[in-house]
Design a protein around this ligand. Structure first.
Ligand code: LRH
Ligand code: MN
Ligand code: MN
Length: 393
């Protein structure tokens, strides 16, 4: 790597410090596949303990100051107290994720269900989550609509879109001005003929109708193989409609593996679009959230690894020589332009990030620091007899 001059180094460090990566409460709990959940030792027994784990990840990495929650998995009696608990530990509550997929009533859908009484129930849940957002100081309602059909003719595609719009409209109109509704899409699963929000275009269309506070959420694992996700990201950024990410890796479907594990180059290409559009800092309002399940690996080190992976991809994207890239692109220098990107991608940014952490008074190696901290031994000793929440229930 060519040595960064001091001014450039400061710029890159500032940009890296400005990026916040949100971890998901559910990734601290036990998870598995539909075949088996392998329980781990030391798993949080309450939403409070999930916050403890998220705060630990933030303490060690310095860039994960918020945790997304999932309702009702993280249901508590007093949400303001939950938010205070988080603040006391140096983090805050991030996105509120409604759960529209675990009720018997939702067999034929939630917000799109043909029966108005089921739609009412699902819409009320969104309203409840908006209230929870207000109580916890969250500014993001992150909606994934698991609805769809399994067979052609099962229901009216258009009718379902109309119902979806009506429900989202009601929720949107209830949100305070400080809140955003992020609409996540997923091309298949749990339904196998049609999903009601299968792609970014459908999400975008709904968000456009709803208004400025509605934006698209890109879960990297929710695309057909071969999809050019960075193209979607660039397009949404142009339209001011990129609300945020659910980062994870996938080899086959919605694998929810650690971000940057399966395809670090894809992650770099995505972050490259973010940096090119100057959308890294908090003011750009792009939420960098993780949405993963650590079925085999220990949860907290896996989460730290994931945060570091996003940070590494971001650092590489920041190292792209934008002037050289523009010149090569303007000159039609195909190989030259590509080489500019690859030079940045092939740079080992780990020493740079170690320096960044040392500057901030952090251990340069957060995973080693975690193993040395004794936290894992402590939670394994303390958290006995706890039941898993979410999928592990
Ligand atoms: C759906 C999804 C969505 C859910 C989360 C638990 O596959 O990505 O974001 O809320 O998983
Ligand atoms: Mn997701
Ligand atoms: Mn998913």
């Amino acid at each position: 790597m060519t040595q960064l001059d001091p001014a450039r180094r400061t710029q890159v460090f500032q940009a890296l410090r400005a990026q916040h990566i949100e971890t998901p409460s559910w990734a601290y709990g036990n998870s598995g596949t539909r075949f088996k959940v392998f329980a781990q030792a030391g798993i949080p027994r309450t939403p409070y303990e999930k916050i403890d784990d998220a705060a630990t990840v933030h303490q060690l990495t310095g860039v994960a100051p918020s945790v997304a929650i999932h309702i009702p998995w993280d249901q508590v009696d007093d949400y303001a107290a939950l938010a205070r608990y988080a603040t006391d530990r140096g983090i805050r509550i991030g996105a509120i994720n409604p759960n529209l997929f675990q009720e018997d009533d939702y067999r034929l859908g939630s917000l799109c269900h043909p029966d108005p009484s089921v739609r009412r129930k699902a819409t009320d849940h969104l309203l409840e989550c908006i209230e929870i957002g207000q109580l916890t100081g969250s500014d993001v309602l992150s909606v994934w609509v698991p609805d769809g059909t399994n067979y052609a003719g099962q229901d009216s595609i258009t009718g379902r879109q109309d119902r979806l719009h009506d429900a989202l409209r009601e929720a949107y109109d209830r949100m305070p001005a400080s809140m955003r509704l992020l609409l996540e899409y997923k091309f298949f699963e749990p339904h196998f003929y049609s999903m009601d929000v299968p792609d970014w275009g459908t999400s975008f269309a709904h968000c456009l109708r709803l208004g400025e506070q509605a934006q698209v959420l890109v879960d990297t694992g929710h695309h057909a193989p071969g999809t050019n996700i960075e193209f979607i990201v660039a397009t949404l950024l142009r339209e001011g409609k990129l609300g945020g990410f659910h980062f994870n890796s996938r080899n086959y479907a919605d694998d929810d593996l650690m971000v940057g594990a399966a395809d670090p180059f894809q992650l770099f290409r995505i972050l490259n679009e973010i940096v090119a559009a100057d959308a890294l800092a908090a003011e750009a309002n792009v939420a960098f959230m993780l949405d993963q399940c650590h079925n085999l690996e220990p949860k907290i080190p896996a989460m730290i690894r994931s945060v570091l992976n996003v940070q590494e991809a971001t650092a590489k994207a920041l190292l792209v020589d934008r002037d050289a890239l523009r010149t090569a692109q303007r000159d039609g220098d195909v190989l030259g332009a590509h080489a500019v990107l690859m030079d940045a991608f092939n740079t080992d940014v780990r020493p740079l990030l170690a320096e960044l952490r040392a500057d901030a008074g952090l251990d340069p190696d957060p995973i080693a620091a975690y193993h040395r901290s004794g936290y894992q031994q402590r939670i394994e000793a303390e958290r006995v007899g706890g039941s898993a929440m979410g999928w592990g229930a």
